[in-house]
Design a protein around this ligand. Sequence first.
Ligand code: ADP
Length: 611
Amino acid sequence: MKEFWKVIKRYVRPYVQYVGGSFLLNILSAVFNIFSFTLLIPILNILFSLDRKVYSFIEWGADGYGFKDILLNNVYWFVSEYMGLHGAGRTLLVLCLALVALTFVKTFCYFASSAVMVPIRTGIIRDIRSDIYNKIISLPIGFFTQERKGDIIARMSGDVSEVETSITGSIDMLVKNPILIIFYIGTLFFISWQLTLFVLVFVPVVIWIMSIIGRKLKAKSTEAQELWSDTMSQVEETLGGLRIIKAFLAEGKMAARFRKITNEYRRRTGRVNVRQVLAHPVSEFMGTAMIAIVMWVGGTIILGGKSPIDAPTFIFYMVMLYSVIQPIKDFSRAAYGIPKGLASMERIDKILGAENPITEKADPIRIKEFNTSISFRGVDFSYNESKKVLHSIDLEIPKGKTIAIVGASGAGKSTIADLIPRFYDVNAGKVMIDGTDVRDLCISDLRSLMGNVNQEAILFNDTIFNNIAFGVEDATLEQVEAAAKIANAHEFIMEKPLGYQENIGDRGSKLSGGQRQRISIARAILKNPPILILDEATASLDTESERLVQEALDRLMSSRTTIAIAHRLSTIKNADEIIVLDEGRIVERGRHEQLIELGGHYKKLYEMQTL
Ligand code: ADP
């Protein structure tokens, strides 16, 4: 329960005024409910002509009478007076109309009290989703492996909905039901405290049974949600790999794999749900058992003729008792729902609480331009303890030069490029820009100096215009067009029916590989960064698009400092320095001709490609 209050405190604060409104409306609803049912007493009296006593008005506050006695007496007196004047039929009609009117007011209050809670429910869920999204954006790239992506999607969809139904759904019940319960039980005491004390003996038993089932539920539902994460991971993986799945005719295999996990999920959630549906019947049964026992006990007393209350008041008592059962039931439903929701909240908090190892210093150094060089000094790096990926890398990239990094796949080329914008931090040594350690710089300043073009162009499901203008605020159409022209992209864009306003589909799927690449080059051109990182930018293209893209790249690279990771050595022949990497170590460096002459790793790589 403590965890629950923590969650509530964290998310309900901006919405307290709604809780206040609901509180008031619920009190009104409870009061009107009690008064509407009070009318049952005179109605029953009239119908069954039970009451033959002659009432006379008692002064409010008269000595020798309790408030309750005076109240009841005066109400009876008023009704009998009215009956004497207008007849029983008319009195009955008036009472029934009053019942309808009071019930209308009561149900309206009831509705309004739930309606004012709606902004809280929807607001909290929006806040949680935004929190997760903002967290995702702030976490470093290294946080997101394939498995984690599906897991995060699962948490964002499944767990957040779970919190929505169970926790925020419970807030309403937690405001409403205690008020109803307190007012109704108060009324019960008012009518007959002896009978009510007897009733209250049952309550602890009910709560005890509910809490046992609730605790079991939380454990089971955590297991189930973990499986839901695995399910989403598979969906994410499948969407990304659909091309390969079809090419390798692996549909059946993938479907079977998916079936296995959904079956397991079904089995686990099945158990959770069975326990959950137990809540209603258990409380229903216990409620009715309680009513029956009270009916028997109370009825026996009345039949014995020593009862402090008459038969119509007893019926009213039973009605109030019955009314108290529903809120208790709802309360117990919340008691079942909350553990399930808390299990989900815990999973959400795992993301929200994830630590970001890439942090900015308290007073970071601001940097607006790039002046002299990028340098690596004795840099060691590993993704995890098991294997060192870079070994004491020393590298100097002077302003305006193009440095190419080559080597077998897995040698650590991309890793070197990722260290400069601080996508990861080094384990030893340092990376510097103009002589300042990148860890001392303001991260946004550092990254604004760089433009990336990757092997797989990373585009968004949006218009061509917005994709090119992605990194620049308030870009004009002229600027975007100019960038597209330099990137050899303007022509094919103009052939699209909507031109720059054409939507390019999920990850740019409506464009060819070369077109996607030219859009991403245009994006880099528009950002106009002094440092350019090209990660195998032409590796996945055919010769014709490669020519167009290379042309665009050459224009982009001129007058910039470029780090080019290259697979095809033909594209980097003109680099000012070529760094040959082998298993995380620099093994050769120099210009193309020098390295060929050296006859080492580079020559071997080059010969393999020219063959
Ligand atoms: P290259 O770009 O030369 O192909 P990378 O720099 O991508 O090589 O990778 C170098 C090594 O680091 C490889 O052995 C690769 O398996 C490993 N590696 C790359 N990314 C990660 C990661 N996110 N987590 C763990 N290991 C990684």
